[in-house]
Each structure stands twice: as C-alpha cells, then as structure tokens.
Design a protein around this ligand. Structure first.
Ligand SMILES: [Zn+2]
Length: 344
C-alpha cells in the first residue's frame, strides 16, 4: 500500500510517499481502507521528534482518518466489512483502573494514533473496534475524518474541564486553528459568550459566521487584552480562556481572566516555555488546568452532535495523500481557517 511516512526525524522534507506492506488487523481490530485523513499540528511535532519518542521506522503519520472497514480481526463484534467508520485517535490499554473507570485518556499507556504507532496517512490503517464509530449514511466523509481529534479535545476542555455554563464568557486564541473552530461552536452550543482573536479580515468574517460574538484582529491592536477587559467584559475579565498556543499567548491568557477564572491548556503550538508571575495566580485565585484528548464517552457524545449537524467541522483545504508533505507545509504556515484534509 501507499503511505506518507518518515524514515528519520527532521524537517517536513523527511515526509515521503512510499510503498509498504498493508497492516493486518489484530485481535479486536478493524482494517480500514482510508477515504479521508486529517492533519493536526501533532504530525509536524512527530516529524521533528522529541526526547523519548522512539518510533519503528518507517513511521506512518496521521491521527485522524475515516474510511471503509475492509477486514476484521478475531473477536470483533460491533463492525463488519463495508461499514463506514471514523476513529477516536486516543489509544489506551483498556484494562487498568483508569480505563475501567472510563477515563481512558488518564491511562498510563495512553497514546495517540500516528504519534507512537502507525497512523492514518496510508491506503489502509488499523484501529481497535472500541475506538471506531459508524458514520451515518450520507454524512460527508471529509468532515467525518476532520472532526474527531479537534472536537473531542475542545469538548473535554469546555464541558469536562472548564465546566462552562450558559451566560459565561470564554476567550479562544487563534480562531482559525482546528481546535478553535470546534471550541467556538461548542461554546455557542453551551450558550456562552465567545470572544476570539485572529489575524486577517477574512478570518474575522469566518469566525463571526461560526458564531463568535466578538472577533478581534490582533494585528490591528497593540494591546487587545485591555480592549477585551475594558470594552467587552466591563472590566470584569473573562470566565474561561482556551489556550492551545503556549509561549506566545500564555501571559495574555492570565491577564484576560477574572478572579477565580479558569485557564484550560491543551497544547503549545508556539512553544512550551513561559514566564509565569505567580502573584497573578494567587492574587486572582486562578485555576490553571491541563487537558489532553478525551475519554471514549466524551468522543461519542461530541460525535453525536457532529453527525446531527449541531456542530459542523470546518475544512479549509483538501490535498491528496500524495501531497502529504505540501499539506503539512501549508498547515505550519498557519494561514488556514479550519482543518487541512487528505483524500485517498
Ligand atoms: Zn489503561
């Protein structure tokens, strides 16, 4: 089969299309013929590598993917050949206390498809049947592939970690990112007020169309945090900040929060290091919470809303599997609004 792989860590130039043996479904696993797969920032971090990441090379990239069940391993009971599925990229042991309590993303062996094991950027990939859901007939497959990682991440952040309530105000950095396009919609679904930031007039319009109440073009303002504080929240600050950007945004996130506000962090695309003034944390009595992926129930809950059309994955651009490297280069330029997708 054809797959987008790396044979060593380095720049995105390491991504090549090569022939390799198709995987075989293990016990409880599905073999899926990929129709669409979606990119995430995680892909480029895996290409670069980090200390402790030991991959079996060549490594197939990709966490999100949807397609048609081609074969089933021993013991599979929920799916049959021909079913159309999309997947939860979070993988766990299924046997430990955390997994048995339904908190699979707290499992000590928790990993993400495409991060520690072969991913979805290939003609075929395998997945445990417990991590798959059927795609309803007629639902667009490119959206079914684009939704899982960003929607399950945003759902856990806002619903389970922030416990966002109707009438509260949430600030979301970088409206065009995949998690942000999901978080804006989920926050509106939860009847919160949404303030978001972005970098071009075109993206301002798109964020408003997604439902954001206030959209700031941060390139137009030297200090947008004081505008948010004074003009948009009546000098109160926001209840919740969603931050997946890291170094570039962390101090602004802290400044934007009201006393007892909640900062939820799910990533650090601009870098992991930060100078935190602890006085701001204790004086404002802030709550700083991490969040990673979701458990299986959160994944299923949010995908029901996606499949019913209440939440709508935003797709910026579709490339072919052969163009995986160009697609990754396009994503790291951060000019997109929504998801970048590969088709078979
Ligand atoms: Zn476990």
């Amino acid at each position: 089969m054809k797959a987008a792989c790396i044979s060593k860590h380095g720049s995105l130039e390491e991504i090549v299309i090569q022939d390799m043996d198709s995987p075989q479904p293990g016990i409880g696993e599905l073999l899926v013929r990929m129709k669409f797969a979606a990119l995430n920032h995680l892909d480029s971090f895996v290409v670069k590598g980090w200390q402790g990441l030991e991959l079996k090379m060549p490594h197939v990239l990709g966490s999100d993917g949807c397609g048609i069940v081609e074969d089933t391993g021993a013991g599979v009971s929920l799916f049959k050949k021909g079913d159309v599925v999309t997947i939860n990229p979070g993988l766990s042991c299924g046997k430990c206390d955390a997994c048995l309590a339904g908190e699979q993303n707290l499992c000590k062996t928790f990993s993400i498809k495409g991060e520690h094991e072969r991913g979805t950027f290939a003609e075929f990939f395998t997945v445990p049947e417990i991590s798959a859901v059927k795609v309803p007939v007629g639902y667009p497959l490119e959206k079914a592939a684009a939704a899982p990682l960003v929607f399950l991440t945003a759902w856990r952040m806002l619903v389970s970690r922030a416990r966002l309530k109707p009438g509260e105000t949430v600030f979301i950095h970088g409206a065009g990112g995949g998690v942000s396009t999901a978080a804006i919609q989920i926050a509106k679904y939860l009847r919160a007020t949404v303030i978001t930031s972005t970098s071009t007039p075109d993206k301002v319009d798109k964020a408003k169309k997604l439902g954001a109440d206030h959209v700031i073009n941060y390139r137009d303002m030297s200090d947008f945090s004081s505008h948010v504080f004074k003009d948009l929240t009546g000098k109160q600050g926001v209840d919740v900040v969603i931050d997946s950007v890291g170094t570039k945004t962390f101090s602004t996130s802290i400044r934007l929060l009201r006393p007892d506000g909640r900062l939820i962090i799910c990533g650090a695309t601009s870098g992991p290091a930060t100078d935190l003034d602890l006085r701001q944390v204790f004086w404002k009595q802030l709550n700083i919470t991490g969040s990673t992926m979701s458990n299986q129930k959160e994944f299923r809950d949010v995908m029901k809303l996606v499949f019913s059309g209440k939440l709508d994955p935003v797709i910026d651009k579709i490339f072919t599997l052969d163009q995986a490297r160009e697609a990754e280069q396009y994503l790291v330029q951060a000019d997109q609004f929504g998801k970048v997708v590969l088709r078979e």
